[in-house]
Design a binder for this molecule. Structure first.
Ligand code: ATP
Length: 436
């Protein structure tokens, strides 16, 4: 983790939050490359699960909802974790995360824990200038509820037929007792979730279908199968309304922990909101005229955890040849899948001389129209290749003095380090094919 965290800071993927003021524990800011990497993952998810499907529609809802939503959903009563405190050092822990209750993990004092009490994770705020009970509101701890609350609006506006889904991406807030492990557990994070509405009789089929979709997504994210675990949650650990839940776990450097989740939520949410709002949240089958409350399959993807596994999977250290014959040196290379890489192509004129810039600059401007490009003319070419490897750029295009006579450039492949001479006239097409 230390290696990844330091690379992230050095190259501009992720910075410690509020660092100028001494930081803020467990908060992180995505830098220039991290913001692009995160956006690429988010956009690919949206393209795949919303734009490319006729059975799916999107929703972008408010972070702060009417507090009645959280009452009806059960969050006000039960969205809590068991909290214990060491009576000696007053450090607080999540009781379900403590392995040895004999000793405090922090100060090592023996048998000093308080009784566990439930700690609600929702962030409270107040709306408007008065701070009283009437102005209390909550920052959403998950994004799913808006999809249930808007079920009728979506149905009326789109006239979708079952099975269909509503997808959403956005920020969620949880006052976690023990955040930590870089961007794995923070107090604000981004979620990508969808609620897939089905006829109850078909829930098992669609549960399996979404499990296979999640597996395919993970494969395309470049996640190695050997580090993934699909854990069937036993009935006693599942929410009472769920007949099946699968946690997708990953072998992080700090242990096997949750990455995503897939839950069958039955008709729990729509029924609760219908009862609380006194409005009908049903679906009428156009063929049989049968009216019923649809059941829901919910695949839930943490975006920050997706970025974390993408970084961990991409990181490689290799021995690479140096310009000195027979010698090798360590090369760090981020092997992101091409679609995910924050920079796709780097344009590197061999020297800063104007005669190369007059060719390289327009080339950069032309390629920028097709791919995210970077122009870099400082330092030795070896150092520039190393930087591009570390930020995971799939292709480097070098403009040299020969370019002036042969109208061709050298294209270097990040993974094989092989170099090919390509005519400028066919460069964009060449790169398009390689990057697709
Ligand atoms: P845990 O038991 O680890 O607190 P959870 O089971 O409550 O997690 P869910 O409510 O299922 O988590 O959240 C859905 C997804 O949101 C998770 O699979 C994970 O990817 C992501 N997630 C949850 N909490 C956090 C957090 N504090 N920071 C970053 N991502 C999170």
């Amino acid at each position: 983790m230390e290696t990844i965290i330091s690379l992230c800071k050095r190259r501009g993927f992720i910075f410690p939050g509020s660092e100028l003021y001494g930081g803020l524990a467990n908060s992180w800011d995505y830098g220039p490359l991290g913001a692009q990497l995160k956006k690429n993952i988010k956009d690919e998810w949206w393209r795949r699960f919303v734009e490319q499907r006729s059975d799916m529609v999107g929703l972008d809802a408010a972070v702060i909802m009417n507090p009645k939503v959280w009452e009806a959903s059960g969050h006000l009563k039960t969205f809590s974790d068991p909290l214990i405190e060491c009576k000696k050092c007053h450090e607080r822990f999540r009781a379900d995360h403590v392995k040895d209750f004999e000793r405090c993990p922090s100060c090592k004092a023996e048998k000093t824990f308080t009784e566990a009490k439930q700690f609600n994770l929702m962030f409270k705020t107040s709306l408007g200038p008065k701070e009283d009970s009437a102005s209390v509101a909550y920052m959403r701890p998950e994004i799913a509820q808006a999809m249930f609350v808007n079920f009728k609006n979506v149905l009326d506006a789109t006239r979708k037929r079952l099975p269909f889904g509503i997808a959403s991406q956005g920020r969620a807030f949880r006052n976690e007792i023990t955040p930590g492990n870089f961007i794995f557990r923070t107090r604000e994070f981004d979620l990508m979730e969808l609620e897939y509405f089905v006829n109850e009789s078909e829930w098992e089929k669609y549960f399996d279908y979404w499990l296979s979709q999640m597996k395919q997504w993970l494969k395309d994210l470049g996640v190695s199968e050997k580090r993934l675990h699909f854990v069937e949650i036993p009935p006693e650990d599942r929410a009472h309304y769920s007949k099946r839940t699968v946690d997708v776990e990953y072998d992080y450097p700090f242990g096997k922990k949750e990455l995503y989740g897939l839950a069958y939520r039955g008709d729990f949410d729509l029924t609760n909101h219908s009862t609380a709002s006194k409005q009908e949240l049903t679906y009428t089958d156009p063929e049989t005229n049968a009216k019923f409350v649809p059941h829901v399959i919910e695949p839930s993807f943490g975006l920050d955890r997706s970025v974390l596994v993408a970084l961990l999977e991409a990181y490689h250290e290799e021995e690479a040849p140096t310009s000195e014959k027979e010698e090798t040196e360590k090369r760090v290379v981020m092997k992101f899948p091409a679609w995910m890489a924050p920079v796709k192509v780097a344009i590197l004129p061999l020297s800063k001389k104007d005669e190369l810039a007059v060719v390289a600059r327009p080339l950069y401007e032309q390629l920028c129209k097709h791919f995210a490009c970077e122009y870099d003319e400082t330092q030795s070419i070896g150092k520039r290749y190393r930087r591009q490897d570390e930020i995971g750029t799939p292709y480097c295009v070098t403009v040299d003095f020969e370019t002036l006579s042969d109208n061709a450039v050298t294209v270097r492949d990040r993974d094989t380090m092989k170099q090919e001479r390509i005519a400028i006239a066919s460069l964009a097409e060449y790169l398009k094919t390689k990057l697709s």
